[in-house]
Ligand binder design. Structure first.
Ligand SMILES: Cc1cc2nc3c(=O)[nH]c(=O)nc-3n(C[C@H](O)[C@H](O)[C@H](O)COP(=O)(O)O)c2cc1C
Length: 177
């Protein structure tokens, strides 16, 4: 059966390299339909308990929650800002956690990060690896992808070790679906 895989770029950059990487990894799946989440497409106010109390959930938050509810699995790539989640991702995540504490619903997840730097977002990846499981994540594989601009060119991974790593992870992810 064809699986519905939600890819998320954990960033609000128009040309997010994390969105590119998540969608690239999704494209390696053999039997999947991708639902590609760009956080810019969702109207999500800055989280505050006051806004939540006064206005409730925005359409954007409810739509994103429904996309997650309907997913068979997730491929997420997190941008790293000052060693942590991007504001856009954390904001959406905080809202989502108010609707359903187990945001990730125990569905298989391939968790990635990338940056132009040598660590490839390893710090934010470590945060998420430590904390996502408390929010219902079933992380079946993870990888930080370093030096994005050198290792990913014209829509492809040009470093053979990184490519092999990712292909293996995508296989494991597909087997877990
Ligand atoms: C405010 C800010 C903080 C950043 N902090 C980090 C960092 O801690 N580690 C890192 O590797 N890159 C950092 N970067 C560079 C990002 O990795 C880079 O902008 C990358 O393109 C973000 O991913 P995106 O294209 O998916 O948004 C930072 C960028 C910004 C704008």
């Amino acid at each position: 059966m064809i699986k519905n895989i939600v890819t998320i770029g954990g960033s609000s950059s128009k040309n997010s390299i994390n969105k590119i990487l998540a969608e690239y990894a999704g494209g390696l799946l053999k039997n999947a339909k991708l639902t590609k989440v760009d956080l810019n497409d969702f109207d999500i106010p800055l989280f505050s308990v006051d806004v939540e109390f006064e206005k409730g959930y925005s359409k954007g938050v409810l739509n994103l929650n429904e996309i997650i509810e309907n997913a068979d699995g997730f491929i997420i790539s997190l941008a790293e800002h000052n060693g942590a989640y991007s504001t856009a991702f954390k904001n959406a995540y905080d809202w989502l956690s108010r609707i359903e504490g187990k945001v990730w619903r125990n569905k298989p997840m391939l968790l990635l990060s990338t940056s132009p730097g040598i660590r490839g977002g390893k710090s934010v990846l470590e945060i998420a690896l430590g904390k996502f499981p408390y929010m219902g994540a079933n992380i079946v594989g993870s990888m930080s992808f370093p030096l994005f601009d050198e290792n990913f060119k014209e829509g492809k991974i040009v470093n053979s070790d990184l490519k092999e790593n990712l292909l293996n992870l995508v296989d494991e992810f597909e087997n877990a679906l």
